[in-house]
Design a protein around this ligand. Structure first.
Ligand code: BDR
Ligand code: CA
Length: 311
């Protein structure tokens, strides 16, 4: 099995990503690291533990990480995820505590102890934890197999400002550290994740699965009348973060190109914008694989098949 660490700010779509990973025998989840993002760190860290218990995997360790972005004030997204981060879902207080070690120190330690290329990092939130680990211990860059990050936007424009996607906007300085790190990096931007939508029809399929985890996911994304939340007028709710895990399981579901990506960290108007050189006009070396096409049907077939395997 491929060894992964999931760095996350759950977050409703983060929750789906975590459950998908736990349901997949091709992956060995070594740890979850929590970061401040959609909701403050205390919630994201607690939600990570709640989700592990829901999936029957309280043995997987959870480490709390950075409580705020590297440089700027926190930006949360309660309007999307609710005050708890998992709106619609009421999960019991977790029985297993978080590990005492800080996520950044754990990352440095585990990467230094592993063979080069042994561990893949899945980033589902702002990149603060990994960026700080890279600042603290630059030698870990060469030990990471790959970083797969739900981040950025080009053709779609932003979802938090007209220019920027949330995970980059929330900590653009961390994004810059990561983009300049030389680590093999795959980005799943809004260009891609906006194609992967939980529609009314897919929600109905999800509801027919007789498993607690599947029911929990259905509840998080349903209105009282059973329609997909918020996006009723549109084509369904985008499931951003689970695409990261699906990419590991079925790389053929997504298509993209190796390009250079830079991030705006100065302009107030376009802070956190990913300047993605799709046509290679800058002459700058590619530093990321930018995925921008998804097989949404294939994704949902995989997701529903896997959620049905959980308790
Ligand atoms: C990203 O922002 C968060 O709100 C989601 O969990 C996802 O990681 C989408 O822009
Ligand atoms: Ca997230």
């Amino acid at each position: 099995a491929r060894k992964i660490i999931i760095d996350t700010d759950p977050g409703k779509d983060d929750a789906v990503a975590i459950l998908l990973a736990l349901a997949s025998p091709e992956l060995e989840v070594l740890a979850l690291t929590a970061v401040a993002g959609n909701v403050p760190l205390a919630r994201t860290e607690g939600n990570a533990r709640r989700l592990l218990e829901l999936a029957g995997r309280p043995d997987i360790p959870v480490y709390g990480g950075c409580a705020r972005p590297l440089v700027r004030p926190p930006v949360t997204a309660e309007h999307v995820h609710g005050d708890t981060g998992l709106q619609g879902l009421i999960l019991p207080e977790p029985s297993v505590p978080a590990r005492p070690e800080h996520a950044v120190d754990m990352l440095v330690g585990i990467l230094r102890g592993a063979a080069a290329g042994e561990i893949t990092l899945c980033l589902l939130g702002p990149a603060t934890n990994l960026a700080l680990a890279l600042v603290k211990a630059p030698d870990i860059a060469s030990r990471i197999a790959e970083v797969i990050w739900m981040a950025g936007a080009r053709s779609e424009g932003g979802n938090v400002t007209p220019a920027a996607e949330y995970n980059v906007h929330a900590d653009p300085d961390a994004a810059e550290v990561l983009l300049n790190s030389g680590i093999a990096l795959t980005l799943l931007p809004l260009d891609l994740t906006h194609q992967v939508r939980l529609t009314r029809e897919r929600l109905t399929r999800l509801r027919s699965i007789d498993a607690a985890a599947a029911r929990a996911v259905a509840r998080m994304f349903s209105d009282a009348d059973g329609s997909p939340q918020r996006e009723r007028e549109q084509e369904g709710i985008p499931l951003h973060d689970p695409c990261v895990i699906a990419h590991l399981l079925r790389p053929g579901l997504f298509v993209g190109r190796r390009i250079n990506v830079a991030v705006e960290i100065v302009s107030p108007l376009s802070l956190g914008m990913t300047v993605a050189d799709w046509f290679g006009v800058t002459g700058r070396e590619p530093n990321a694989t930018w995925l921008n096409q998804a097989d949404a049907e294939g994704f949902f077939d995989l997701l529903l098949e896997r959620l049905a395997r959980l308790p």
